[in-house]
Design a protein around this ligand. Structure first.
Ligand code: C2E
Ligand code: MG
Ligand code: MG
Ligand code: MG
Length: 283
């Protein structure tokens, strides 16, 4: 198309759009290599008991550690990886990483800790991919300590998730968490049809909750829903003491996650730190 356009627009095309395109192509190229070189790693963020700050579990969050050691967060590559159909391979690496380190993590944090894996809607509705993933979780021997975090988009696409994937998850004993709950337009409707174990309240509802009466009402309603439908409720994105204190004193939510408590860290770092502490102790 650029060729048939007159010269002026061709010049524009080659400078501005051209740059954007070559940037995308180069990221695309680097992402593909990153997958074959297994440059992705699993980071973990702690879930804590709000009353004691004891660690009750972890959420696995992917990081791309490139060959220069630069750590890229999902915002920079997740969408492109999805478009290029690389996300399933990335999720496999995250789970590999985690299951390899599980014995060490268990030694450190106990065998009651749960582990959550994020699944995009594009993945959740792929029966074959999910079947394999669930089998690999079952292979760890502790399926019941795993949760899959899905967003409500997973429930909207043609029902494949509810009818085919969800029964497999249940059968394996793996839990289901509804991530980013409260911001979608069908949050309530999906709860009529599916059974989940956990509702994870979106950060946007938690931010400055102590100062926002309307958000407080919504949160109250989510708590009641969770309680009457037998789901636990967890708050994500707790950043301040005021937010934590509100949850602790004015809500029934007992579990939270956020920068106030812990930032996500690569598994290798979490384990290394503990080894250092142990060595210090011994010497
Ligand atoms: P999410 O599952 O809702 O994860 C929460 C995000 O909020 C994470 O960003 C986490 O680092 C960040 N976060 C945690 N506590 C706080 C806080 O107190 N304040 C703020 N501002 N942010 C906080 P991250 O790691 O960049 O991940 C972004 C999203 O990418 C995730 O949102 C999830 O949807 C997706 N994602 C991450 N890892 C994977 C993965 O392995 N597979 C798939 N399919 N998606 C993933
Ligand atoms: Mg999540
Ligand atoms: Mg979330
Ligand atoms: Mg969120």
């Amino acid at each position: 198309r650029a060729k048939t356009a007159h010269k002026g627009s061709f010049t524009f095309f080659s400078s501005a759009l051209g740059n954007e395109m070559s940037e995308r192509l180069s990221l695309e190229h680097r992402l593909r290599i990153a997958l074959t070189e297994r440059e992705f790693q699993c980071a973990l963020q702690q879930k804590v008991d709000l009353r004691t700050q004891d660690i009750v579990g972890f959420e696995a969050l992917v990081r791309w550690v490139d060959r220069h050691g630069t750590i890229h967060s999902p915002a920079t590559f997740l969408q492109l990886a999805t478009e290029l159909d690389l996300l399933d391979g990335i999720t496999d690496i995250v789970l590999d990483n985690l299951s390899q380190r599980l014995p060490l993590l268990d030694a450190q944090f106990g065998t009651a800790a749960t582990y959550s894996i994020n699944i995009s809607a594009s993945q959740a509705t792929k029966t074959l991919f999910m079947q394999k993933l669930i089998r690999r979780i079952a292979d760890t021997g502790c399926a019941e300590r795993f949760l899959l975090e899905v967003t409500e988009e997973s429930f909207l696409a043609a029902g494949a998730f509810q009818t085919q994937v969800l029964p497999l998850i249940r059968e394996a004993g793996v839990g289901v968490s509804i991530d980013d709950f409260g911001i979608g337009y069908s949050s309530l409707a999906i709860l009529a049809d599916i059974t989940a174990d956990e509702l994870k309240v979106d950060r946007s509802l938690i931010t400055s909750i102590h100062q926002r009466p309307r958000s407080q009402s919504i949160l109250g309603a989510i708590e009641s829903l969770g309680a009457s439908l037998g789901m636990s409720v967890i708050a994500e994105g707790v950043e301040t003491l005021d937010e934590k204190n509100y949850l602790l004193n004015s809500s029934r939510i007992k579990t939270g996650q956020g920068y106030l408590f812990h930032r996500p860290q690569l598994i290798s770092e979490i384990i290394e730190q503990q080894t250092c502490i142990v060595q210090k102790f011994k010497s």
